[in-house]
Design a binder for this molecule. Structure first.
Ligand code: 26W
Length: 823
């Protein structure tokens, strides 16, 4: 039963009143942005009640709480989703329509809070939503970056990064909470003080401090009155007089301190899977972690007097190594403030903290130079040293005389602090994000750690929220699914499996494909508006949207398009089913080959889209500024989902699941969660190609892969690669794509040529693509395959993932939130 929380007339009045209150205008005079604000504030009214109800239930039940610590939360727009989860979307749409307003247009006014890079940040957002929907008490802890992920413009085919000032009009769904301000200290030195009772106390002196002020954002559960909180921290300068007594009156220090606060939360580092090793990033990490730990403990202490009970009431989940200083910060608190003994403090810390690994890419493993770490966080560094000292003793005890182990496992080694090693040594759980990924961690990357702590390791295959990626993003299909299997799928995605009953039903097939067609029309319109390109909605929409990274192999995709184009030119009469290749991807600003790949895609698009002789059989579209809001439409419109990473490199992938849910068929390698998708839907309903992860890993070990041999023996591949350096796609500058060519063939440029086995997989990819065309021509067969993908996507709900985290790691109880009685 949906609870009626919504009075249409009252809502309409509220919107009008808000426009007056906020802008001193009548509705007719207000801009779309102003109306968005007014509507959002009206929705916030409803949310606030539920938010308060949730807080009081949590207190009453004294629930255990998980703090999901993450440098990134890629929330996407809130208005539409909040309405969906309040089950008020239709009612609000109608109310607005009666006022002459279009909810879609209003939703479109909301900035896309892009406080994340890609998969890891979006996963954090899906997890928060699932926690609320399932009724588990949780806080998300993150940073309120003033500039989130940059906006991407394409100029002349090149990516240009534009700052994203998402807060410029004010963000209606946040709430500043100055009453929870905490101090975070950087730098200075540590002095040991003997206390009268014979203990040694460590005090940090000569430091600079920043005030951390949280903004709370509501995370609304679906139809259950549960509203959890995402706290994102802003930095404000501590007043000069708050300088440590030692430095009072030091003007230079005072100014430095003020600057520290100003820069701290300015911008999200736009690197995905690659560390920049910048001091400011470590500051950001400690800043939000220290503030979050302080708030968590303060909340705990309001209700409890014995700090030993902390693990019964609090869990910290570390989203990758980025928040791993939490381990040492908690130790610091327990040792220095609570004055616990080391073993006692360690015992508590270990039970509270757990770590999720999201990548095996070596360049993404965080390491900090001791010099930076110890200068910035002197007390924290001392504690990490002691953790390391004890950890090495443990290693020596287990493996006497084996110095290799110490070399590979120490937390501090070779002048560096290794955050993953700290997280594994200190957490009670280490999880990967798909089964294959967890196995690779256990057997390769983290083998030594797995041998020492086999019980810590576990898998939690990622998931996505069906509320955003089907119910909101694809409303036509959502309604159709509900008509066929009932609405239970909204909170229990396994129920969507009942669709299998209809996969051979011609009427159902027809309806399903017609919805896909409607969604393709919607996307085609978007592409026309944003790119000025006409695409045929009857062509196969073949989509690769994700961060641009060499291991994700957008280059393989575009090389294959170049190959297809050559084929069409050589055999103009060959049978060819029209295809629209759609890309969307941001490249890290300093990642040369990634940016060059974007240029290549656009150059290929330019040539092919304008070649009349191929009669629009191929179109190539690069969608500018791929982000959560346009992603929802893109998934809904896809026929083919490209998940083509080099096997073993993609930890899980989550876009793959969003496509599957929306009835796209995957062409992919046996990598990440693709493996489990194949298990669910059957390999015959996917197009699997390429080397297995074992083969890739074997080649990497043996260093026996030679792309030059392929280049020399396969004339089609050779032709395509030559087109990278003969000006075919860059007549003005034939050298433009030389670096991409080199990355495939030249051993001098990377550790070895074609690091990601693009040429090795090319033929098998081309075969799979051919098979797709054949399959698509069989309309009924394709409809069935697409429906089966939707029907078997049940496992990939983040609700399932969260239930597993709760069961194995967090041990939370469900909370029921009762609406407050009206008096
Ligand atoms: C230190 C720089 C940095 C920044 C971000 C290093 C690593 C990251 C992330 C781990 C990158 C990321 O988003 N990883 C993705 O996480 C998803 C959620 O688990 C997985 O589905 C993707 O496979 C993984 O690439």
């Amino acid at each position: 039963m949906k609870r009626e929380i919504f009075d249409k007339e009252a809502f309409k009045k509220e919107v009008k009143d808000n426009v007056r209150m906020l802008y001193r205008k009548d509705l007719e005079e207000a801009s779309e942005q102003e109306i968005f604000q007014a509507v959002s504030y009206a929705v916030k009214e409803v949310i606030i009640d539920q938010w308060m109800e949730t807080q009081s239930s949590m207190k009453r039940e004294d629930s255990k709480v998980v703090y999901y610590m993450s440098m990134e939360f890629l929330m996407g727009r809130a208005l539409g989703n909040n309405l969906i989860n309040l089950t008020a979307y239709q009612a609000v749409a109608e109310a607005l329509e009666e006022m002459g307003l279009d909810l879609n247009v209003i939703e479109d006014q909301e900035p896309d809070p892009a406080l994340g890079n890609g998969g890891l940040g979006r996963l954090a957002a899906c997890f928060m939503e699932s926690l609320s929907t399932l009724g588990y008490p949780a806080y998300g802890c993150g940073i309120r970056y003033r500039y989130g992920m940059f906006k991407q413009k394409i100029k002349d085919g090149f990516q240009v990064e534009v700052p994203d000032n998402w807060l410029k009009d004010g963000y209606p769904f946040e709430l500043r909470r100055p009453e929870y301000t905490y101090e975070v200290k950087f730098g200075g030195y540590v002095r040991a003080v003997n206390t009268p009772d014979g203990r040694v106390k460590f005090v940090q002196e000569g430091y600079q401090s920043v005030k951390a002020v949280p903004y709370d954002m509501p995370i609304i559960g679906y139809n259950n009155h549960m509203v959890n909180t995402l706290m994102i921290w802003d930095a404000e300068p501590a007043e000069c007089f708050e300088l440590d007594s030692f430095d009072k009156g030091d003007y230079r220090k005072a100014v430095e301190q003020e600057n520290l606060a100003r820069n701290l939360v300015d911008v999200l580092y736009p690197n995905d899977n690659h560390i920049a090793g910048k001091e400011l990033r470590l500051k950001q990490q400690y800043f939000f972690v220290s503030a979050s730990v302080q708030r968590a403990i303060a909340r705990f202490k309001k209700m409890h007097s014995d700090i030993h009970d902390l693990p019964k009431k609090v869990a910290f989940q570390l989203n990758d190594t980025h928040p791993t200083v939490a381990v040492a910060e908690l130790m610091r608190y327990l040792l220095d403030e609570e004055e616990l003994q080391w073993d006692d403090a360690w015992n508590i810390t270990t039970q509270v903290c757990a770590y999720t690994n999201h990548t095996i890419m070596a360049e993404a493993l965080e390491k900090w130079p001791i010099e930076i770490f110890s200068r910035l966080l002197p007390r924290i560094y001392q504690i990490v040293e002691e953790i390391n000292r004890r950890f090495i003793l443990q290693i020596q005890e287990h493996y006497p005389g084996d110095n290799g182990k110490i070399e590979r496992m120490a937390i501090i080694y070779n002048g560096q602090v290794k955050m993953a090693h700290l997280a594994i040594a200190a957490g009670h759980s280490v999880n990967g994000v798909a089964r294959l990924h967890t196995e690779i961690l256990k057997n390769q990357e983290l083998k030594d750690f797995y041998e020492l702590f086999p019980d810590k390791f576990n898998n939690k295959t990622n998931g996505i929220t069906q509320r955003r990626f089907l119910l909101h993003g694809n409303q036509l299909l959502a309604k159709w699914v509900t008509d066929h299997v009932g609405e239970e799928w909204i909170t229990d995605l396994s129920k969507i499996e009942k669709l299998t009953l209809y996969v051979d039903d011609e009427k159902a097939q027809h309806e399903f494909m017609n919805i896909k067609y409607q969604n393709k029309l919607r996307l085609a319109k978007y592409i026309k508006e944003h790119n000025g390109i006409d695409v045929d909605p009857r062509s196969i929409f073949d989509v690769q949207v994700k961060r641009l990274h060499e291991y994700k192999r957008q280059l393989l995709n575009v090389l294959h398009i170049m190959y297809l184009y050559n084929e069409l030119k050589e055999h103009p009469d060959m049978e060819f089913y029209p295809r629209t290749f759609i890309f969307g991807a941001k490249a890290a600003a300093g990642y040369k080959n990634a940016k060059l790949t974007i240029k290549l895609i656009n150059s290929v698009a330019e040539v092919i889209n304008n070649d009349k002789s191929i009669q629009d059989k191929i179109k190539v579209v690069f969608i500018e500024d791929y982000r959560v809001s346009n992603a929802e439409w893109i998934f809904a419109a896809a026929d083919v989902s490209e998940q083509i990473s080099t096997a073993s490199k993609e930890a899980s992938g989550t876009g793959n699941m969003k496509f599957m849910l929306n009835g796209a068929v995957t062409i992919g390698t046996m990598d990440g969660a693709n493996v489990e998708m194949a298990e669910e839907v059957g390999k015959e309903n996917m197009f699997i190609f390429g080397m297995s992860s074992d083969e890739v890993i074997a080649h990497e070990k043996n260093r026996d892969y030679d792309p030059m041999q392929i280049f020399n023996n396969d004339q089609d591949i050779r032709k395509v690669l030559m087109q990278l350096i003969n000006g075919f796609y860059s007549p003005q500058d034939s050298e433009l794509f030389r670096d991409l060519y080199n990355s495939l063939l030249n051993t001098q440029c990377t550790q070895y040529a074609d690091t990601y086995f693009i040429l090795a997989d090319f033929r098998s990819y081309a075969e799979a693509q051919k098979a797709i065309t054949e399959a698509y021509k069989d309309e009924k067969g394709w409809a069935k395959m697409a429906m089966l993908n939707t029907a078997h996507s049940g496992k990939f709900s983040s609700d399932r993932t969260i239930e597993e985290y709760v069961r194995d790691i967090w041990h939370l109880e469900k909370l029921t939130v009762e609406p407050e009685k009206e008096d």
